[in-house]
Design a protein around this ligand. Structure first.
Ligand code: ADP
Ligand code: MG
Length: 158
């Protein structure tokens, strides 16, 4: 599905609606250029998961963990030299009991479990417009697709 937002707040609101629906083991890959809004999306997702702490870009840490309704792992793989480093991080075990959201997720898509959601963020026509494209991979996500699409297409407050 494709959703257009016209402000960072609107992007966070869409992500928040998604965050409400997440369950343990969910993996969300965020794809988009620098400044696309990946961190903004992760912030909204965190909010939807009940994380109170301020979510910032994890660039220097690779994995930042937050406490919410479920544990949230915010991962930035931009600095990973090799996909193998992802496994060295214990990535697969990391995913099990919480929610994992990965910035620059396209860099690791071949190496992560088949069940994942991809959120691709591209610029819109105006400065503050973004196009969010969600693609559902694997039965875990395909089965929930109607519910998620319905929840995210309902008008969300900025
Ligand atoms: P990334 O993590 O992809 O590098 P950030 O989320 O850090 O991007 O930054 C996105 C920037 O774009 C922020 O400065 C944000 O205010 C701005 N922005 C403008 N419009 C939007 C929008 N509709 N959605 C998300 N961010 C937007
Ligand atoms: Mg970022």
């Amino acid at each position: 599905m494709t959703i257009r937002t016209d402000s960072p707040e609107a992007t966070r609101a869409v992500a928040g609606a998604l965050g409400d629906l997440l369950v343990p083991g969910d993996l969300v890959l965020l794809v988009g250029d620098l400044g696309a809004g990946k961190t903004a999306f992760a912030q909204g997702l965190a909010h939807g998961l009940g994380v109170d702490e301020r979510v910032t870009s994890p660039t220097f840490t690779i994995v930042q963990e937050y406490e919410g309704r479920l544990p949230l792992r915010h991962v930035d793989v931009y600095r990973l030299d090799r996909v193998q480093d992802l496994h060295d991080l214990g990535f697969d075990e990391l995913i099990d009991d919480g929610v994992t959201v990965v910035e620059w997720g396209d860099l690791v898509e071949q190496a992560v479990p088949a069940d994942h959601l991809v959120v691709r963020i591209t610029p819109g026509d105006a400065d503050t417009e973004r196009v969010l494209d969600l693609s559902f991979h694997g039965s875990r996500w395909l089965g929930r697709r109607p519910a998620i699409e319905q929840a995210l297409s309902a008008p969300v407050a900025g």
